[in-house]
Ligand binder design. Structure first.
Ligand SMILES: Nc1nc2c(ncn2[C@@H]2O[C@H](COP(=O)(O)OP(=O)(O)OP(=O)(O)O)[C@@H](O)[C@H]2O)c(=O)[nH]1
Ligand SMILES: [Mg+2]
Length: 442
């Protein structure tokens, strides 16, 4: 497996870079960044395939908000170190397993097994006791529990994103870790300490930097620390603040690890039950395909341009009498032809790399028992706004539709990330455009 992974990595880091030497998409830096990030996720998946189909529920909040204590209450046992001043330093995923097992993923991309004591020592404030921040050589920890009741969920404990006493403006490493981890989650449980009396400004700022489409459940933690009648007021204050700030939320529920009768975890576990309904799709094949297609489409667009230039040059050549001018035009034609040949060569190499890459991807999938079907290009059409924009332009040219008439479709499509417009256009322009799209992609 290690050999396959390193071949795949080599494709991205070496071979694709070679292809990009003469023609590369304008967003090349971002493009390779995305490619590498997706590959990192894939590497982690290959070490922890159990996690691939899980819906991830991130638990976030400030330092000592009570995340680990809430998780322990939900799990019904003290598996995560909390109490007596511990600090979570490494994100920990908790899933169902056939037997108790703890493992971790280190920064060198290796999976290691840990005993319960080692887990506590390595992931929770090892620094204070031993003087070395061992937690920081681990990327994530994984706990499998046989009694875990949500087959499709992975609960993710994260380090607190900020220290309540820390007023500095610069973002800490913990905040970055928490953001990266929480942004990969499909659902979020966010804890606010009741003592704070409302949702702190810092939390609001942090939450607005998370993907807005992640459904969020808010918990007023350590509710025993305030009078019972205050709790209701604090909750309504939090609700109205969230509404005013435009942060969508599912609910705000009180919880206490000390007074479980008064503020039980059941309302929270009922929400987890709802999120548990179906496993998550594995999207690696799809995401990698989108990345390859992006580059190939760019080469195709370059070729189309070059061919257009060639046609124009032919036309001009037919009109030119002067021998010197003809010579110049023929030189330009030669140059353009060479470029077209080069583009063809690059496309062929890229297609070859893509084929090999998907074969390797499938091999890894087979080894860990998760199917990795390579999607067809048609499957990928809807989410890629830029392709549709190109196709729409071609359609307008073919149907002799003036840009003015299509402006209302074109403008939103030109804005990055407006994938939903695909559905909008096909609804508006109807079957004709859909037919055209199908033919264009055949
Ligand atoms: N009174 C009271 N104290 C609590 C409650 N929950 C947690 N605590 C205390 O609050 C402190 C922090 O709890 P943790 O569960 O470790 O909080 P955390 O959010 O995981 O903290 P970090 O991992 O450091 O970000 C501990 O000292 C707990 O004993 C609660 O419901 N009531
Ligand atoms: Mg913790």
């Amino acid at each position: 497996m290690a050999a396959i992974l390193s071949r795949m990595e080599n494709t991205i880091n070496e071979e694709m870079h070679k292809v990009s030497r003469y023609h590369s998409p304008p967003d090349l830096v971002h493009y390779f960044f995305e490619f590498k990030k997706e590959f990192e996720r894939f590497r982690e998946f290959s070490e922890f395939p159990e996690l691939a189909r899980k819906v991830i529920v991130g638990f976030g909040g400030g330092f000592s908000a009570g995340k680990s204590s809430l998780l322990n209450a939900i799990l019904g046992r003290k598996i995560l170190p909390a109490e007596v001043d511990p600090t979570t330093t490494v994100p920990a995923f908790i899933i169902k397993g056939s037997e108790d097992a703890i493992s971790a993923f280190n920064l060198f991309g290796k999976k290691i097994s840990l005993s319960a004591d080692e887990f506590v020592a390595l992931t929770h404030d090892y620094e204070k006791e031993h003087g070395t921040p061992m937690g920081h050589i681990l990327k994530s920890a994984h706990l499998a529990l046989p009694e875990f009741r949500w087959e499709n969920l992975a609960l993710l404990d994260t380090p607190g994103y900020s220290n309540a006493d820390d007023n500095s403006e610069t973002e800490s490493a913990d905040a970055r870790t928490a953001r990266t981890q929480l942004n990969t989650a499909q659902f979020l449980v966010w804890l606010i300490r009741a003592e704070a009396g409302t949702i702190p400004e810092k939390d609001l700022k942090f939450l607005s930097s998370l993907r807005p489409e992640i459904p969020k459940l808010f918990i007023l933690s350590q509710s025993d620390k305030r009078e019972e009648e205050d709790i209701r007021d604090i909750i309504s204050l939090i609700r109205s603040t969230l509404e005013n700030r435009g942060i969508a939320f599912l609910d705000v529920l009180p919880f206490s690890a000390r007074k479980k009768k008064l503020y039980p975890a059941e309302a929270i576990t009922a929400v987890l039950d709802q999120w548990n309904t179906k496993p998550r799709e594995v999207l690696f094949a799809r995401n990698f395909k989108v990345l390859f297609i992006h580059f190939i489409r760019y080469l195709d667009a370059c070729k189309l341009n070059a061919e257009r230039s060639l046609n124009r040059l032919n036309r001009v050549l037919g009109l030119a009498d002067d021998e010197d001018i003809r010579q110049d035009i023929e030189d330009l034609q030669q140059k353009t032809l060479l470029e077209i040949r080069q583009l063809d060569g690059e496309r062929e190499i890229l297609m070859g790399l893509s084929n090999t890459f998907f074969r390797e991807l499938k091999k890894v999938g087979d080894k860990v028992g998760i199917e990795m079907p390579e999607p067809s290009e048609m499957d990928l059409l809807a989410p890629d706004g830029t392709n549709i924009l190109e196709l729409l332009r071609a359609y307008m040219e073919k149907e002799k539709i003036r840009p003015k008439a299509m402006e209302k479709f074109l403008i939103p499509l030109m804005q990055a990330g407006e994938c939903g417009n695909y559905a909008f256009i096909t609804r508006q322009e109807g079957e004709k455009f859909k037919d055209f799209l199908l033919k264009a992609c055949a």
